[in-house]
Structure formats: structure tokens, C-alpha cells
Write a protein that binds this ligand. Structure first.
Ligand SMILES: C[S@@+](CC[C@H](N)C(=O)[O-])C[C@H]1O[C@@H](n2cnc3c(N)ncnc32)[C@H](O)[C@@H]1O
Length: 273
């Protein structure tokens, strides 16, 4: 099943609606795949483990980093992009969403802008295959007609994969991602980097920052990082991330969006000094 998760109504324009695959369906598919494989190879072992972990845990460091569900800041980032798309011209831009998970911010741009190239990265391959790619398809080529939400046909989805040619998908740790991205010249780098709820872990913040620093086009590239001010129990958050940026003295940081909630949420805009 798919569900509608974001609706933005701007002026007299058509409302913008985003869809995502239901988490229960993703878990069902993981379980079904394991049953079909019927052998303990490396993949089936890790998928069973992910299934087990996601019942009670949001994140298990180094194994599952939370990409199966949609986190709050991801919707903040979609809202911000939808408001700003009037004044920021994303058309023709090269975009990277880091730690994408359900990837709604990148998908929002992919489905509303022209001649755009959006690449997606997630720690877990399962997340890319079972959540990110299906979500891209149901918001583009398989988009429900007139809000009619129905079952997602995996076979039909597989036939549509060649329609994803404007996107690349990267799995694994941020450590070493810069090499894998193959960005030899400034021209090949990204105009915009998006990332939501990815600065919760103090150990990972420098790795994420290095990818941003190396993959962003100089001098006009911009990164939008949506996050909570503090992640209780894990230690990361806006403050630790900003301290690192300040020490490095390469980027200017501006808070461009704030949401007051039980834990305050912000979007940081990073641009080269
Ligand atoms: C809490 S989830 C957020 C998912 C999505 N951006 C959202 O807001 O709904 C954190 C994401 O960060 C990524 N991540 C965390 N640590 C990582 C690491 N060390 N290397 C690569 N990716 C990592 C994972 O891909 C994971 O999906």
C-alpha cells in the first residue's frame, strides 16, 4: 500500500502531494524475500536482522541507520523547498540527498522541477531498494491518478526502472563516499546537497561534513541540512554540527527554517564563505 504524506497548497496552484510506501508493506516484503531465499546467505541474514531491529528501534548504529521510516525534519525540508521553489531556481541543477531514507525532499524536487538530476545515498541497501526507489516511482512514473491510492505493483515497478536514469544510488558509509561519487572536477560536483536527520551521531558528523565539503560545487553550491537541535541519548544535533563548521571556517551557516516543538527543529543553509 502507499499513503499520502505531504500536501502543500500554494496560492491558486494545484496542491503538491507526495506519496510513500507504507512501512508495514516494506517489512512484509523483507520477510517474504527471506522466506523465498530460504538459505542463510549474507543478504537474508542482514534483512532478517533489519526486520527484527525496526520493530523497537529507530537506529542501531553500524547496522541499521533509520532509513525505513520518514523522520519529521524530512517533511520540514519538503515544506521549506516548496515555499522556496518560487525564488530558488532548481531547474537544471545537480542534486544529492545524503542519508535519504524515504527521500521525500529529493523526490519533491525530482517530481516538480525540470531537467533536474537527483542522486540518492543511504547507509542500507535494503532502504534504497525497498523504500527510496519505490517512493521515487510512485511520485513520478507510477503516480496515483486523481489521488486514487492503490496497491503498488512491484512487477510494474521493475519495468519502470529504466525511467530512473536521471538518478544514481549509493549505498554504505559516508566514509569513502567522496571517492565513490567520482567527482574529479568542480563542474561534476553538486549544486545542492540535501540531508535530513543525519547529524544525530557525534562519530558520524565529521564523515558527513567531509562529503558535503568535497561534493559541493564551488563557489555557488548550497547544502540544506534539516535536523533537531539535540538528539537526546546520542549526543549529536545542530550545536555539534555548527561547532565543526565554525572550526573549519569554509562555510557560512544560516538558519533558514525553525519549527518549535518538544525538541526544536531547524534547517541550516551552508554556503561557501
Ligand atoms: C534517521 S535516518 C533519516 C532518514 C531520512 N533522511 C529522513 O529524514 O526521514 C538517518 C539516515 O542517515 C544515514 N546515515 C546515518 N549514518 C550514516 C553513515 N555513517 N554513513 C552513511 N549514511 C548514514 C542513513 O542512510 C539513514 O537513512
Amino acid at each position: 500500500m502507499i499513503e499520502s504524506v505531504f500536501k502543500s497548497i500554494m496560492d491558486d496552484k494545484e496542491p503538491i502531494v507526495l506519496y510513500r510506501r507504507c512501512l508495514s508493506d516494506v517489512k512484509f516484503q523483507i520477510a517474504q524475500n527471506d522466506e523465498l531465499e530460504n538459505e542463510v546467505n549474507e543478504n537474508s541474514h542482514s534483512s532478517a536482522k533489519i526486520l527484527e531491529l525496526t520493530v523497537d528501534n529507530d537506529v542501531v548504529h553500524g547496522i541499521y541507520e533509520g532509513g525505513l521510516k520518514t523522520w519529521e525534519c524530512s517533511l520540514d525540508l519538503v515544506e521549506y523547498l516548496s515555499i522556496k521553489s518560487k525564488e530558488i531556481n532548481f531547474n537544471g541543477k545537480k542534486i544529492l540527498e545524503l542519508g535519504c531514507g524515504s527521500a521525500l525532499p529529493g523526490i519533491y524536487l525530482l517530481s516538480t522541477q525540470h531537467s533536474i538530476c537527483v542522486d540518492f545515498q543511504d547507509y542500507n541497501e535494503h532502504v534504497l531498494k525497498l523504500v527510496t526507489i519505490p517512493n521515487i516511482l510512485i511520485n513520478t512514473v507510477l503516480r496515483p491518478q486523481s489521488g486514487n491510492i492503490s496497491e503498488l505493483d512491484i512487477l510494474e515497478e521493475t519495468n519502470c526502472l529504466d525511467q530512473l536514469k536521471n538518478s544514481r544510488f549509493f549505498k554504505g558509509d559516508w566514509n569513502g563516499l567522496t571517492d565513490i561519487l567520482n567527482l574529479y572536477s568542480n563542474q561534476e560536483k553538486y549544486d545542492v546537497i540535501l540531508s535530513s536527520e543525519t547529524i544525530y551521531n557525534l562519530d558520524s558528523i565529521p564523515k558527513l561534513y567531509n562529503v558535503i565539503k568535497n561534493a559541493l560545487k564551488y563557489p555557488n553550491g548550497v547544502a540544506y541540512i534539516a535536523a533537531k537541535t539535540i538528539y537526546f541519548g546520542v549526543g549529536g544535533g545542530i550545536l555539534s554540527f555548527c561547532q565543526l563548521i565554525e572550526q573549519d571556517n569554509i562555510f557560512e551557516v544560516n538558519v533558514v527554517y525553525t519549527k518549535t516543538a518538544h525538541v526544536r527543529r531547524e534547517i541550516l543553509k551552508l554556503s561557501f564563505l
